[in-house]
Design a protein around this ligand. Structure first.
Ligand code: PEP
Length: 266
């Protein structure tokens, strides 16, 4: 039986004061034993403040990215061990806002995709391996763009991203990864993927995990849906058999909305 996990991706939001207010409200209204794992991923600058507030609570701490090196001359980067040191248990890797080809002219470059940091499947794989080696639970995002969906490439993109993410990762480590199916066209747009389709694609991710890491890993791996999850649509999505939770962006910045999504977990 897989334990569901709902994570809030705060992106580049929240000062220390806003972090304090949001977490205090969340903790005040959260049940002591939520039905699924609950994770919040504030920006790096707020991790230490959040760690202190979350100590001895059911809410776990995650970061939004890491670098794969342990230490060294990598200006601006954060090492996996630094995240562990500050109290993180989770880390988001390969979010679509970090993937992509921004700044690199290619024939199929799509300027409408909010992908700023040029991360590739190979980069994502390096980050996943570094996270696992440090004992962090990675939330690995995969998802197709609108152009890819319209061209009928969704399944191929999902399979490629999932398989590439797992390159060189053992079966035992593969099962620790949380995958998040995040169709790029649904992120921050208010346009949610239909629950049946989200369930189908989450199933595809599981199948791709099975191809690389075997059926035990496929059965164990948790797959979230992310993309405009709101209190109004959460129950429909979370009840789907292949969906083991959600990665929530905008709605995780309001305690009431995030709590309503947590309460929608069956
Ligand atoms: C996200 O940032 O991963 C996300 C899913 O955002 P939103 O919920 O705002 O679409």
């Amino acid at each position: 039986m897989r334990r569901g996990v709902i994570a809030g991706n705060w992106k580049m939001h929240c000062t220390l004061e806003e972090t304090r207010r949001l977490l205090e409200e969340l903790l005040h209204r959260l049940e002591s034993q939520p039905a699924c794992e609950v994770v919040v991923c504030p920006p790096f600058t707020a991790l230490s403040t959040a760690a202190a507030l979350l100590h001895n609570t059911p809410v776990k701490l995650g970061a939004q990215d890491l670098f794969w090196k342990e230490k060294g001359a990598y200006t601006g980067q954060i090492a996996p061990g630094m995240l562990v040191d500050v109290g993180c248990e989770y880390v988001i890797i390969g979010h679509s806002e970090r993937r992509g080809r921004f700044g690199v002219p290619e024939p199929d470059f799509d300027a409408t995709i909010l992908a700023y940091f040029g991360e590739s499947d190979a980069t994502v794989n390096r980050k996943l391996r570094a996270a696992l080696a440090a004992g962090l639970t990675p939330i690995c995002c995969v998802g197709e763009t609108l152009t890819e969906r319209q061209a009928g490439q969704t399944d191929a993109v999902i399979r490629r991203q999932t398989r590439a993410a797992l390159e060189g990762i053992s079966e035992g480590d593969a099962r620790k990864i949380v995958f998040a199916y995040e169709p790029v066209w649904a992120i921050g747009t208010g346009e949610v993927c239909a629950a049946g389709e989200a369930n189908r694609v989450c199933g595809l991710i599981r199948t791709a995990v099975g191809e690389v890491a075997g059926s035990d890993a496929a059965a164990a791996v948790r797959v979230q849906y992310g993309g405009s999850v709101k209190p109004e649509n959460a129950a429909d999505l979370l009840v789907q058999p292949e969906i083991d939770g959600a990665l929530v962006g905008g709605a995780s910045l309001k305690a009431a909305d995030f709590l309503a999504i947590l309460h929608a977990y069956p």
